[in-house]
Design a protein around this ligand. Sequence first.
Ligand SMILES: [Zn+2]
Length: 488
Amino acid sequence: MANFAANPEAVARVPRALAFRYDALPLNLAGGVLSVALADPNDAAVVDALRAATRLRVRPLPMAREAIRENLHVAYGESAVPDADRSGDAPAVRAVDLVFARAVAAHASDVHIEPSSGGGRVRLRVDGILRELETIPAGLLPSFVSRVKLLAGMDIADRRAPQDGRCGIPFEQREIDARVASVPTIDGEKLVIRLLDQYASTPDLGTLGMPPAILERYRAAAHAPWGFVVVTGPTGSGKTTTLYASLAELDARSRNVCSVEDPVEMRLRGVSQVQVNARAGLTFPLVLRAFMRQDPNVVMVGEMRDGETASVAVSAALAGQIVFTTLHANDAPRTIDRLVELGVARHSLAAALTAVVAQRLVRTLCEQCRVREAIPAHLRDEKRRMRETMPAQFLGTLSASEDSWYVAAGCRACAASGYIGRTGVYELMEVDDATRDAIATGASSVQIAQIAARCGYRPMRDDALAKVFAGVTSFDELTRVVSWNGAR
Ligand SMILES: [Zn+2]
């Protein structure tokens, strides 16, 4: 195979770091099959990593390592890679690289490394669900954990104190930011690695899954010149994505847009983003007060965790800025109680608050394998009720006549899970005069929900159920994510 040329299309599909790490030379790409020259074409781990990183079928071909290395430099346009980096190619280094490559390729949000007597269980969180990837042999686990800690700038000698650190994982033309946290369990150190792709494409508010009726009204609040907009839900419910998508729609060229976050999950063009750093004294309230001295128009506060931050944010909204934030609350009406508990004065909150969105993420059914089933009788009534009482824009593709819906099955396309990707389910509470009065006078969240319903507030379960009836997700998935008490 002396006389060959690497195909640029094939080269473009294999991340540079991976190609050099494993001496893998991409040769050709045809019909979804990537031909790659390897010194050992029978090395299943390398073939696996390539397949995971490229999402292509991989055909390994033999070639002398020296020839591969020479040609790699030509193919990737590099003069040389320092050999010092390769000398440490110990099994642990290789194992860590493989786990990272497979995690990134699977679009995992987190990697969990859990020690046990039998070794280290590696699990990936994909679309919100943890699934097992592999087990690291007990003999390799300590050096595996040390390697990750070393990369993340943590103290590898200290195995008894919880630590945190961060590192970058090269992927395609960019770097994935990895946040590593360790906890000493009785079986050894457990690591959780959060993967943040700060340069991934900016989310689009129009494709997050908001029903048209909510989207239109939410946009009106988000594009207003001032106000206090809160997005609420548990961890991993997509709140930050909604805020990023909201900020991305605003004109950052003619407005001063600032954000304070912990951590910065994504870079936004034209937005001054500040990363909270408690050790350096850079806290949410401190940064927020500094922003206020810089004539802001739009301020995003990554999360409301304390009373001081909440109070400064509310004052900023009352002073004529638009403030976006996230909060942990179960639903939109209960957000009021949470903010009051944090110490925000009711009358200020009533005056500042313009809109509250509550949301969850549900997995979307794999369209290749979903199976039609009859809707149980009591839920058929629910469908009828929704069709009669809900505004048409809420219902989307909700079909009028059929008595069936879809349930998950599983096929090759969805890795046997029955689901591919996720979508949001939402509720929106706009604050009109009646709701404002209720907030100011200390009404309960139940009363606030009833008052808000008069100006169009619908609980999240309605949007979720509409998505079940439309075949977007399943009823099983709905009950996993949204609290469901059957009758209303
Ligand atoms: Zn499927």
